[in-house]
Design a protein around this ligand. Structure first.
Ligand code: GRF
Length: 207
């Protein structure tokens, strides 16, 4: 496909959000590329099954951050593929520097909590330990902080008395699979405007 709506997904693991993006109705947008930093990630098999081009990158020497060299390399790949929107879907590396500048305002992340509560790793465990009664998930634009960018969509998920990390994560994941594709579609249709950290959506029943 050409034109606006070419989506790349960056993912490191299982790939259920990648699959949700590939199989949801994104209007005229579509996922055209998977980039992963993990050569043994199950998401690679999902991409193969779905016929999505995959690039495995060398993330560099840092354990949790994409190195500047690798970030520049990924940006070159994304630009070479005329990517309009990047979705981070379980990508286990923090993006810094050039990639944020080159794709500023065009990178979405899905996070399994109602931000700004419980940013970073193990959000579901942190929610249970804290004793919140409602958790959920958030799609936000990526900025230079950890899970701090402008919030696009959120979905609440009640915490049940007998919840484990696994059971809560499972219910949150169902909502992730709904709101990440919706946010990607809204972005590609130009229906999201951002002023500072405030997001305005147009064309939705609740906007
Ligand atoms: C999801 O819970 C997502 O919110 C978090 O990492 C997990 C990725 O799951 N950022 P999957 O690989 O999409 O199945």
């Amino acid at each position: 496909m050409t034109g606006t709506g070419r989506i790349a997904v960056l993912a490191s693991g299982r790939g259920s959000n990648f699959e949700a993006l590939c199989t949801s109705d994104l209007g005229s947008a579509a996922v055209v590329l998977l980039v992963t930093d993990n050569p043994s990630a199950p998401v690679i098999l999902k991409a193969r099954r779905l016929g999505i081009e995959t690039v495995v990158i060398d993330p560099g020497p840092m354990r949790t951050t994409l190195s500047p060299t690798s970030g520049a390399h990924v940006s070159d790949i994304l630009e070479g593929e005329s990517i309009d929107l990047v979705c981070l879907a379980g990508f286990m590396r923090i993006l810094k520097g050039p990639i944020l500048e080159r794709f500023g305002g065009r990178i979405l992340n899905i996070h399994p909590s109602l931000l700004p509560a419980f940013p970073g790793l193990d959000a579901q465990a942190k929610a249970l330990e804290y004793g919140v009664m409602v958790s959920g998930c958030t799609v936000h634009y990526v900025d230079s902080g950890t899970d701090t960018g402008p919030i696009v969509l959120q979905a609440p998920v009640p915490v049940l008395g007998n919840d484990t990390v696994e059971s809560l994560s499972e219910r949150i994941l169902l909502e992730e699979h709904r709101i990440l594709p919706l946010a990607a579609r809204l972005h590609c249709e130009g229906r999201i405007s951002v002023k500072g950290r405030l997001v305005h959506l147009t064309g939705l029943p609740y906007s």
